[in-house]
Ligand binder design. Structure first.
Ligand code: ZN
Length: 135
């Protein structure tokens, strides 16, 4: 498996408007997309610095993983996403290394990427997303 770079940093927020003001208006990072990822119960607002994105996450449902995160830890960094060249190879390799993946196979995440998450208990406490971009 090959890591191609940091794709984005996911930040859980309670108030999208307030957070957008900071990232977009104050810092001037270009807003590029809103994505409704219903399978994960989340709406994402994506801002592209040109060298890595900021993904603001708000919960769609009171029992979604983002809602649980916000309830227990408040707003803040939720995950980092690394781009991989081939997610199937990454899943196979990490499984062989006894790394704990969340789920057994890749799902379609924001921007249509194929994604899988690595459990924080395998990474030193950070939720890590792997993403393969479609060609
Ligand atoms: Zn993400």
């Amino acid at each position: 498996m090959k890591i191609l770079g940091i794709e984005h940093i996911g930040i859980a927020v309670k108030n999208l408007e307030e957070s957008s003001r900071f990232w977009n208006e104050i810092l001037g990072i270009e807003f590029t997309a809103t994505d409704d990822v219903d399978g994960q119960g989340v709406i994402t607002n994506i801002y592209d610095t040109g060298a890595g994105k900021i993904e603001l996450l708000i919960s769609k449902y009171p029992d979604s993983p983002i809602a649980k995160f916000l309830n227990s830890r408040g707003s803040g960094i939720h995950h980092i996403c690394l781009q991989v060249d081939n997610i199937e190879r990454a899943i196979k390799y990490l499984s062989e290394q006894d790394v704990n993946l969340i789920g057994n196979s890749a799902v379609i995440g924001a921007e249509g990427y194929k994604v899988i998450f690595i459990h924080p208990n395998s990474t030193g406490g950070v939720l890590v997303e792997l993403a393969e971009k479609k060609n």
